[in-house]
Design a protein around this ligand. Structure first.
Ligand code: NI
Length: 179
């Protein structure tokens, strides 16, 4: 299975709403997930949404199987590897957390985005099993960032202060400020 091309910000496909997955445990779905896993690993992504490889399906993957550091996000909590299909997010509480986010569709850039820091999310795995989790911190950020892709939203659209956006190499000092 190949590492797939990641669409970049500006590609109109990234702005579209993805469709619900209706058939689970199919060869097509397993093969798409395998491609997404290999693509995310190749680029050290914290997560990847299906539309980022041009598949307009409500499917995201995130986290890692090993408890090791992701070189793109060295100072954050471990997030377990998760396949999340047809997700629903419920925001718990009004507290916001800010983080320097990046995106494989906006390569080389980072932007400071504030999001609710405590959420519940639910959805299905690749076999159609329903699950639900309550999470905080980086895990909550990753889920919201990836699920936004399913509605055509990329993190630069959520920036409140455009002075907190730029090339990763120029703002690397700020990248440790994740808490
Ligand atoms: Ni992204």
């Amino acid at each position: 299975m190949p590492v797939r091309e990641v669409l970049r910000y500006g590609d109109p496909l990234l702005l579209m709403r993805s469709e619900e997955v209706e058939a689970f445990d199919t060869d097509e779905l397993h093969s798409l997930i395998k491609d997404m896993e290999e693509t995310m690993a190749a680029y050290y992504g914290a997560g990847l949404a299906a539309p980022q490889i041009g598949e307009l399906k409500r499917l995201v993957i995130f986290g890692s199987k090993e408890i090791d550091e992701n070189p793109r996000y060295p100072d954050v909590d471990h997030v377990p590897y998760t396949i999340l299909i047809n997700p629903e997010i419920t925001i718990l509480g009004n507290e916001l957390d800010g983080m320097w986010e990046g995106c494989l569709s906006v390569p080389g850039m980072r932007g400071f985005v504030e999001r609710p820091n405590h959420i519940k999310y639910s959805g299905y795995d690749q076999f159609g099993n329903f699950f639900e989790r309550e999470v905080k911190g980086f895990h909550a950020v990753v889920v919201q960032h990836e699920c936004d892709h399913l509605d055509g939203i990329l993190y630069p659209m959520k920036l409140k202060d455009m002075s907190l956006f730029g090339y990763q190499e120029e703002i690397v000092g700020a990248l440790t400020d994740t808490e």
